[in-house]
Ligand binder design. Structure first.
Ligand code: IPE
Ligand code: IPE
Ligand code: MG
Length: 249
């Protein structure tokens, strides 16, 4: 598709591109404050970074991109900011979904939708339905998502489906009920904005993910900055409990 063919980016070592990248997009408010703008101007600008990041991931051959857009704790923010974020979410969905679809991107939302208004829920359902058979990048947006919520809903649903297993649950019983059961666990986690915490993101799924933290604020996180994260990932040795010697032999 034309949208993606114009990229002139140098692709870092194609052989070891992470299959799944999960991102906490942080620093919008500070980006705006640094420019004497209202915080919401940073959120608006952050949407442009999302668009560029999706394109770049598709070019690189990342299969799953998961973006933390709104945490279950973000309701604690001032009412005007929450409303603005909900509006921006709705507007971006409306504006971008056709483009995503044309580029063979599958869109999935994870998180607790019970606090969203019915119009937003409908927009999300329609977007998921339209793109569900696409075979390119899977873009997951985590909205009103919390890692603890995810684990609890998985266990509750497992118990409802298999009451006979109660008291004997194992990992392989729980994982099919987690929100991201359709995806492999993230290979690379990126948090922009300088904080070095997980903030209740994918707690279960990040158990063996390579973590990358950068001071760069989300609106400034461009293709070059993303490539640095990929390069850092490519230098890591993923041992999963084994020794380095075992991996080499
Ligand atoms: C991240 O940017 C976006 C959301 C949480 C929705 P912030 O709004 O947290 O930006 P900072 O951390 O205040 O700079
Ligand atoms: C985390 O960002 C959630 C999202 C990016 C959506 P916050 O900026 O809200 O995180 P904390 O609360 O400072 O850890
Ligand atoms: Mg923040």
């Amino acid at each position: 598709m034309a949208l993606f063919s114009s990229s002139t980016q140098v692709i870092p070592n194609e052989a070891k591109i992470p299959r799944h990248v999960a991102v906490i997009m942080d620093g919008n408010g500070r980006w705006a404050r640094n420019r004497f703008l209202p915080r919401v101007a940073g959120h608006k600008r952050g949407v442009d970074t999302v668009r560029e990041m999706i394109k770049h991931c598709a070019v690189l051959g990342v299969e799953y991109l998961t973006l933390f857009a709104f945490s279950s704790e973000n309701w604690r923010r001032p009412q005007e900011e929450v409303s603005f974020l909900m509006g921006l979410f709705m507007e971006s969905l409306k504006k971008e979904v056709i483009k995503l679809h044309k580029n063979n991107i599958r869109l999935i939302m994870i998180g607790d939708r019970s606090r969203f208004d019915s119009l937003l829920c409908k927009e999300i359902d329609d977007a998921e339905l339209l793109t569900k058979d696409n075979t390119g990048l899977t873009l997951t947006i985590a909205a009103n998502y919390g890692g603890r919520w995810d684990i609890i809903q998985a266990i509750n649903n497992l118990q409802k489906s298999h009451p006979e297993l109660c008291g004997n649950f194992s990992e392989s019983h729980i994982t099919p009920f987690l929100s991201m059961s359709y995806a492999p666990e993230p290979d690379l986690f990126i948090r922009t904005g300088g904080e070095t915490r997980i903030s209740n993101f994918l707690l279960w799924q990040l158990a063996y993910t390579e973590l990358y933290f950068t001071e760069t604020l989300w609106p400034d996180f461009d293709d070059k900055a993303f490539n640095l994260a990929i390069e850092s990932y490519q230098k890591r040795e993923r041992r999963f409990g084994r020794t380095s010697e075992q991996l080499k032999s």
